[in-house]
Design a protein around this ligand. Sequence first.
Ligand SMILES: Nc1ncnc2c1ncn2[C@@H]1O[C@H](COP(=O)(O)OP(=O)(O)OP(=O)(O)O)[C@@H](O)[C@H]1O
Ligand code: SF4
Ligand SMILES: [Mg+2]
Length: 364
Amino acid sequence: MNDDLVLEVRDLEVKFFQDVGTVHAVNDVGFRVREGQSVGIVGESGCGKTISTYSVLRLLPNNAVITKGEVLYRREDGRVIDLTKGDADGELIRSIRGKEVSMIFQEPMSALSPVHTIYSQMSEALMLHTAATPEKARERAIEMLRLVGISAPEQRIDEYIFQLSGGMRQRVMIAMALMCNPRVLIADEPTTALDVTIQAQVLKLIKKMQDEFGLALVLITHDLGVIAHMTEYVYVMYLGQIMEEGPVSEVLVEPKHPYTRDLLRSIPKISSRNAPLAPIRGTVPDAYQVPKGCPYAPRCANVIPNVCTEARPRRLSVGDDHFARCFLYDEKRPTAPVGSEATSSSDETPDVSAANGSKKERND
Ligand SMILES: Nc1ncnc2c1ncn2[C@@H]1O[C@H](COP(=O)(O)OP(=O)(O)OP(=O)(O)O)[C@@H](O)[C@H]1O
Ligand code: SF4
Ligand SMILES: [Mg+2]
C-alpha cells in the first residue's frame, strides 16, 4: 500500500450463497483513496457499488461472503490493517466503524431509527468511541447539526426522524457520520431520493465538510454529473467489476471503455433537447450468471466476436493513472480463430484509435 493512501481495496470478491444459486456481486474490485481526496464510484443499478463499500465496514448481509481480497486501512499512527480479517462484529472493526471510517447510507429511513430521538442516535457513536459525557455529546451534536444547516438545532435535536423532511434527514445523517471526526467518509447515493435543488444543497454541504475536515471521500452514485462536480478520480463499475478508472477530467472528457462512453451518451442534454436519447441497449445481466468473457460483451457495440466473449480483459494502462479493462487496448489480446467473424470483415474490426495512451500490463 502506497504511503499516501488511507484506504485501499484490493482484488475484492463478494458472493451471496443462496439456495437458488450464487450471486457474484463483486468480482476483483480495487479502489484507492488518499487523505483529503474525493473518489467516485459510478455504474448502473445492481453493479455492486453498495456491496463493495459495505465490505469495507463489514456491513454485509448475513448471506454475503468476502471470498477474496483485502481492505487495507491506514490508521492515524501509520499502521495498516486488513479490515476483511477478523469477526465482522469484532472489537477492531467496531473501533473503526463510525469513528475513523464513516458512512452515509443510501436510504436514510432504513439507516436511522424511528423510535429514538436525533440526540440519542447522534450521541451514541461519540459516547461509544470516546469518553464524552452525555452533556458533551449533546453539545457536539448541536454543533454538528448547526454546521450542516439545521435551523434551531437545540430544539430539533429532541425530535424524531419522521418529523423531518427528506433533505433534513440527509443532513442529519451527514452530521451523524461526522460526529466522531472520521478520516474517511463513504457516501452511498447520498442525494438520490431528493429533488434537484435539495440535491445540490446536500452535495455542496458534503463538499464543504470534506474540505473543512480534510476527509477522504468515497462517493457512490449512478449520476455522472455528480461525479463531475464532486470527485477528482472515478471508478466505473459494471456487473461487479471496475471497467475503467482514472482522473475525472480524463474519463469524462475522453472515455476509453465502451461502457463509459455509452453511459455518457445516455445522459440527456438540455442543449440538445430535440436530439433522440441514446439509452444503452439491453440491461445489466443477472449477477447469478456472469459471462465468462467481458461482462459488457452482450451490450457492447465494439464486441470482438470469439475474443470478448471468451476471455476476461486485463486491466490495462490507457493514459496517465488511467486504466481500462477492454480488449480494444490489448496488443496481446487472444486472436479469434481463423475464419471467425472477427477476421472475416473489415466492418468488424474494432476501433482502437482512442487507445492513445501507452499500453502496459496491469501495474498495480
Ligand atoms: N441481500 C442480498 N441478497 C442477494 N443478492 C444481493 C443482496 N444485496 C445485493 N445483492 C446483489 O448484489 C449485486 C450488487 O448489488 P448492489 O446493491 O451493490 O448494487 P448497486 O450498484 O449498489 O445498485 P443500486 O445503484 O441499485 O444501489 C446485485 O446483483 C444485487 O442483486
Ligand atoms: S472487451 Fe470487448 S466487449 Fe468488452 S468492452 Fe471491450 S470491446 Fe466491448
Ligand atoms: Mg446501491
